[in-house]
Design a protein around this ligand. Sequence first.
Ligand SMILES: Nc1nc2c(ncn2[C@@H]2O[C@H](COP(=O)(O)OP(=O)(O)OP(=O)(O)O)[C@@H](O)[C@H]2O)c(=O)[nH]1
Ligand SMILES: [Zn+2]
Length: 372
Amino acid sequence: MTLAELGWSEDFEREFAPHRARGWVPGRLIRETPINYSAFIIDDEGELEELDLVLGGKVWHDATNDAELPAVGDWVAIEYGNEDVDHVIRARLSRRSCFSRKMPGKTTEEQVIGTNVDVVTVVTDPGPDHNPRRMERYFTLIGRSGAKPVVLINKSDAFPKEQCEEAASDLRELCPEADIHITSALKGDGLKVLESYLKPGITMCIVGSSGVGKSTLVNQLYGDDWQWVSEVNDVTGKGRHTTTTRELVPLSGGGMLIDNPGMREIQMWTDEKTLRDSFSDVEQIASQCKFHDCKHGTDKGCAIRAAVESGELDVERLESFLKLDDEIEELKRRAKKRQMTTERRAKRNTRIKARNLNDRIEWEREQRGEWR
Ligand SMILES: Nc1nc2c(ncn2[C@@H]2O[C@H](COP(=O)(O)OP(=O)(O)OP(=O)(O)O)[C@@H](O)[C@H]2O)c(=O)[nH]1
Ligand SMILES: [Zn+2]
């Protein structure tokens, strides 16, 4: 295997020159845990090798926020350690693209899901999942990342041809930059489309609602050597293949997939936004209730109840709105659990600093302003 097959390019090589001069080697991050990172490197024999790394003090120090810290997909400069000293990330190369989103909940912190992603594939279907408003959110997210948007309108075998074409033309209108394909994973043409993008060195993410055929497609890509278990019961990642699995997977046919819990949650997040948006008229009325935590029952000064009484708001619509709140509560509960995991992760920096004596010395020296 070569660096190029891992996504390395001449631009990276140029940026890496000063690091090479110091004897550091390039590696691509494939995993991030609360205490360390793992990366792929290409060893002297041209073999793919996996290394565990700790974060160097300067990299941590130079990051002005969490989003600038190394993340899965990043290229980093590695200083080799030995039996007694950890391998250390000494620098992060600039990102060609960055797939991120705002963290769930009230924080405005940006959460990086994957970097140096070339193609983001959204899988949907022409029937129950077809939802231009939700797709618009995906397109915004992908557009911001710098990756190429590709859509598979899957399960074409189960819907009339005209319905597939109609869905495709809706989406083409919505996002002319996107490649829109009508596919059937069952018939195997979905795999062909994915493979046409997955040239050597190309990194792809696959997102989309539950049940649209993502794992079917990914399992076809992996072939016999892997199974993608997409059932995620909760945010701890339970039910996934394994929690310590690589989040960046090289495919035997070329190209790589980035798949991590954040990627799977995009679906949850977009659904919450779409759900809320579809009731914006009711939300608007609710915002005029006297109490911000109004249950719209017997509370004093309830604008919703007034709107129902005056006929401005339909009772049935109110009922689904009230149910919607429960649904969103459930989504938030899951998001919060996820955020707790992320916050634990944010604490890793102190631990990393304490983990490695050399790094702590370097860190303390920096704190005293002795760095260079
Ligand atoms: N008719 C038809 N069914 C499909 C196709 N692709 C997948 N399915 C079926 O749709 C169901 C859901 O497919 P999955 O691959 O599990 O969907 P997913 O997107 O991974 O869903 P989650 O696991 O919930 O994230 C399965 O029963 C598949 O066999 C297709 O092209 N045509
Ligand atoms: Zn009210």
